[in-house]
Design a protein around this ligand. Structure first.
Ligand SMILES: Nc1ncnc2c1ncn2[C@@H]1O[C@H](COP(=O)(O)OP(=O)(O)OP(=O)(O)O)[C@@H](O)[C@H]1O
Length: 606
């Protein structure tokens, strides 16, 4: 699976847009109808103006009352046009809001439907940029640009047709104007897609750099990488600026070109119309009406020009948002028969990049109820093996099975009943405590939720007053299952880990995999978390990535990994007496002091 996110090709974007239009076809038809009526009403005013001029020029009959009637008609139709245009925009804005919501929901649905093994490999900054900046740009365009552009197109077409009907010779001047503007727009559009895609990509690249720097702030600080991250951010800012300037350059050509194309037809009508009028080939009223129509053409065409950049940017964003649909998705897994709790790893190989295997021929069998510690230096492949054991990814060759069934084939609901990976990456949703817990077991009763919290030592009263300060942020568990985390109360590190452990109690898997669950916590928080963890581990199979030799010493068996291979497997005593990698490790750094709790990771840096 590529780690790059895709961009939907133009044909796919067009068919997605057509689908969105069809989904709200009543609004689209209403928009076209009301727009057409508004544009038609707008044509009446200038036509009546021409009639007024011709009436005055003819000077026969009751000129004053005829002019009064015509002027009243012009005012009336202007009011009608204004009301219809307002109505058309209202329909358009509502259509835009609904469609924008549809696009956002689709993006969210697709993102949530991504299998974890696919989502984990996607660049998170780019994904965030698509869901936020790109989706907002599409929404804004659908809300504002699309209705106004539709109104402008219909208006412009009506004006051109009206001049052609009025006098085809003068109509040609209008057409010449359209051809000029059309050529400018064509020139622009041919260059716009790659330029705007590059601009959106550069913005996403910037988001990626900033997100990964923020996410890895602790590592950046520990390894003194500030200068390199600053340099990477500045490079990304430079690329975003260059890409943006490329888009602006296109506008600096488009706008002057189209401005000239827009002023020429009025001058043309006045010149040609003047010559025709002098030779009695056309009335003065027709010339004035045609000139007013063509002057009015500037309004809608200006609107089109104004929004064209927005439309291009939005089309690129739409292509990026729709690009998510091109990520191949596996069929949703269906429930499988699982025969027992035994975990087997057979001849497993795995590679992140397709170039280098980071797991090579791993064979392992874990008995139900066993405690297995995995040790090895940094980069040996422990976390990768943990992810495969937890079904978050599947091996490229070989198999990882629970009760004979490939663990990665189990649907999420079934998987968490068998195996759960506990890391420091737990998530607290901005939601009620109850809903945060029900994720693990949607059918759990309040009594079960209370019991799960108490099992992990969450100091949370089973009964008590309702949240005293409903909207005030207070630390701790708050006072009930309805307390909204992140609004009524904030959880500290230890409490957030307790919440995730309470979820484990509710899911009740037979196997737990521990990867750095407490390794990076401060000592006080780690102690608290370890106490909660001990309650959760009781009676389950445990596979723990051991960061301290004491953890390995206490396990039933120890698996030693080196450079992606399982090099030793046995009890502590067996491995110490075999005097292999583990034995040497034990002797060299701990000698006769098995109570030494030096972290294993230290061994790799000595
Ligand atoms: N997402 C990834 N993309 C590419 N390579 C990766 C990725 N994650 C890990 N690796 C590489 O895979 C190898 C095994 O990494 P892994 O994290 O499994 O090792 P580990 O033994 O858990 O190390 P540590 O104790 O430092 O966490 C390493 O060489 C690492 O650089």
């Amino acid at each position: 699976m590529s780690s790059q996110l895709l961009v939907a090709p133009p044909a796919e974007v067009r068919s997605a847009a057509a689908r969105d239009l069809r989904a709200d076809r009543t609004a689209v038809i209403g928009l076209a109808l009301v727009n057409g009526l508004a544009a038609a009403a707008g044509l009446v005013g200038p036509w009546l103006l021409g009639r007024i001029i011709d009436t005055i020029q003819a000077g026969s009959g009751n000129v004053l009352s005829t002019v009064d009637r015509l002027a009243f008609g012009a005012v009336l139709f202007t009011v009608v046009q204004t009301v219809l245009s307002w109505w058309a925009l209202k329909i358009g804005y509502r259509f835009g809001e609904r469609t924008a919501a549809r696009v956002r929901e689709r993006f969210l649905r697709r993102t949530l439907a991504l299998p974890p093994r696919v989502a984990d490999h996607l660049p998170s900054g780019d994904l965030i940029a698509r869901g936020s900046t790109d989706a907002s740009r599409v929404a804004m365009t659908l809300r504002s640009a699309v209705p106004e552009v539709l109104v402008a197109i219909v208006h412009a077409l009506f004006l051109i047709v009206a001049v052609l009907v009025l006098d085809p010779r003068l109509g040609l001047c209008g057409l010449a104007s359209l051809i000029g503007v059309g050529a400018a727009v064509r020139w622009y559009l041919r260059r716009a897609r790659p330029v705007y895609l590059a601009a959106a990509g550069a913005e996403a690249g910037l988001a990626e750099v900033v997100t990964s720097t923020a996410k890895g702030a602790r590592t950046v600080e520990l390894l003194g990488l500030e200068d390199r991250r600053t340099e990477a951010t500045e490079t990304a800012i430079g690329q975003a600026r260059t890409a943006r300037l490329g888009a602006l350059w296109l506008r600096t050509i488009l706008f002057p070109w189209s401005e000239i194309a827009l002023t020429l037809p009025v001058a043309g009508v006045l010149l040609i119309g003047g010559a025709l009028y002098t030779n009695d080939l056309v009335s003065l009223g027709v010339v004035v009406t045609a000139a007013v129509y063509l002057r009015q053409l500037v309004g809608p065409l200006d609107t089109l020009m104004l929004w064209i950049e927005q439309l291009q940017g939005a089309a690129a964003s739409y292509a990026r948002v729709e690009g998510l649909a091109d990520i191949p998705q596996a069929d949703p897994p269906r429930a499988r028969d699982v025969d027992g709790d035994r975990i087997r790893v057979q001849d497993v190989r795995y590679s992140y990049t397709g170039v280098r295997d980071v797991l090579r021929g791993i064979d392992l069998s874990v008995q139900p109820g066993e405690r297995l510690a995995i040790v090895g230096t940094s980069g040996a492949g422990k976390s990768t093996l943990a992810r495969l054991l937890a079904g978050l990814d599947r091996p490229h060759t070989g198999s990882v099975t629970i009760g004979g069934t490939p663990v990665a084939d189990l649907p999420p609901d079934q998987l968490r009943e068998h195996v759960v990976l506990i890391t420091q990456d737990h998530h607290v949703f901005h939601d009620s405590l109850r809903d945060n817990l029900l994720i693990a077991k949607p059918t759990a009763t309040d009594a079960e939720l209370h019991a799960a919290l108490q099992a992990v030592g969450a100091t949370w009263p089973t009964e008590g007053p309702p949240a005293a300060q409903e909207h005030e942020l207070s630390a701790g568990w708050g006072s009930g299952l309805d307390v909204v985390l992140g609004r009524d109360t904030i959880l500290g590190d230890a409490e957030a880990q307790q919440l995730s452990l309470a979820r484990v109690v509710l899911a009740d898997p037979h196997t737990l995999i521990l990867d750095e669950a407490t390794a990076l916590l401060d000592p006080k928080t780690a102690r608290q978390t370890e106490q909660s963890l001990a309650a959760v581990l009781e009676g389950r199979t445990v596979i723990a990535i051991a960061h301290r030799l004491q953890t390995a010493h206490d396990a039933d068996r120890i698996a030693v990994m080196e450079a992606g291979e399982l090099v030793e497997l046995g009890t502590h005593d067996e491995l110490v007496s075999a005097d292999g990698v583990y034995g040497k490790l034990w002797r060299t750094w701990h000698g006769d002091d098995p109570d030494d709790t030096t972290p294993l990771t230290k061994t790799s840096t000595r």
